[in-house]
Ligand binder design. Structure first.
Ligand SMILES: [Zn+2]
Length: 329
């Protein structure tokens, strides 16, 4: 009797466990991937004429803000710090127009598993130059496809990827900064409210849509020598077929010309990835900065390289050295 009941128990347990495991297979998490379909969706939306060049303070940028918010929501990111939604809203005076403008950084959070209070921030600016009619020029919309819809596309694609992966030990902040073109306003505002010591690394994506001068499957990093962040990325990319180089355009002072600078000034190893040959790029800050001028493979492969290259920082095994800025610029 006892023996038989034991067999029944085991049989029952076996059937039950089979049912359980089939359930597990059905509810298995989404496969994490970065592909050109996602890239195109974000890029074509953000750089469309409908967004009217995304100038800070206009209805056009508000459409972009809503799109990014909706994506953060769909992906399932949490809100930052004490914020009730994804917006960090503030007011500033534009130096050129002297107008007061109310605008928002869009911030989504993916909490780390074990190192919740160590932050890695992944950023790009979602504003651009808006609409400006020039005589003899048919097009008047500065779509900013490369600058910086390509970078925001990267932020969104990485958010979706890391959420699906679900194994970041450190907390990741995904931020679309506003008013970069008006003087790094959004990132400066963000920097004022943080404890910089908690920020382990800053990954800024800027103009990642064109084939670099180093050839396909390469990108360059601003301020390469200012911390060992770049070396960590290079190490993680070994054998991947993708290479990272130090910024070759030193005279342009690019380290201080994008949002990474606002955090680097606080000591955060915060650098900008780019692929654009900026010295010869004819579309930079022109109405011709359209999606058609961009290479989808470059964008997709660069986003993948950023995901792979930053892996050891996100899982907490590598911590880049801090940036020390001596000169006052
Ligand atoms: Zn830019």
């Amino acid at each position: 009797m006892k023996k038989i009941s034991l067999i029944y128990v085991l049989l029952f347990a076996f059937i039950f466990s089979c049912k359980e495991s089939s359930k597990v297979i059905k509810t298995e998490k989404k496969v994490a991937k970065i592909d050109s379909i996602t890239v195109k969706k974000h890029l074509y939306t953000l750089a469309s004429d409908d967004m009217e060049g995304r100038k800070t303070g206009t209805p056009g940028i508000e459409k972009a803000a809503k799109y990014i918010e909706n994506e953060f929501k769909r992906i399932g990111l949490s809100t930052y710090d004490t914020l009730k939604n994804y917006r960090q809203t503030f007011t500033f005076t534009d130096k050129r127009s002297k107008k007061e403008i109310t605008t928002s950084n869009i911030i989504g959070v993916l909490e780390g598993k074990s190192k919740k209070n160590e932050f890695v921030i992944i950023t790009a600016h979602y504003d651009h130059l808006g609409i400006s009619k020039k005589e003899g020029q048919l097009d008047s919309i500065y779509n900013g496809a490369n600058d910086d819809a390509s970078g925001v596309t990267g932020v969104l694609a990485l958010a979706e990827y890391f959420k699906a992966e679900g194994n970041n030990e450190r907390t990741i902040l995904f931020v679309a900064f506003t008013a970069e073109e008006m003087g790094l306003i959004g990132s400066t505002h963000f920097g004022k409210g943080i404890d910089a010591d908690k920020f382990v690394a800053g990954i800024n994506l800027e103009m990642i849509g064109k084939v670099p001068s180093f050839g396909p499957n390469t990108a360059w990093l601003t301020g390469f020598e200012r911390s060992d962040f770049g070396k960590i990325i290079q190490k993680n990319l070994e054998g991947s077929g993708y290479q990272l180089f130090p910024d070759p355009y030193k005279k342009f002072n690019l380290f201080f010309r994008s949002d990474n600078a606002s955090l680097a000034r606080l000591g955060v190893p915060s650098h900008t990835f780019s692929t654009t040959p900026i010295d010869v790029d004819k579309d930079y800050h022109q109405v011709s900065d359209e999606v058609e001028t961009l290479n989808m493979t470059v964008i997709t492969e660069t986003i993948k390289a950023v995901a792979k290259g930053t892996e050891s920082i996100l899982n907490g095994t590598d911590t880049p050295t801090r940036v020390v800025i001596k000169e006052n610029k």
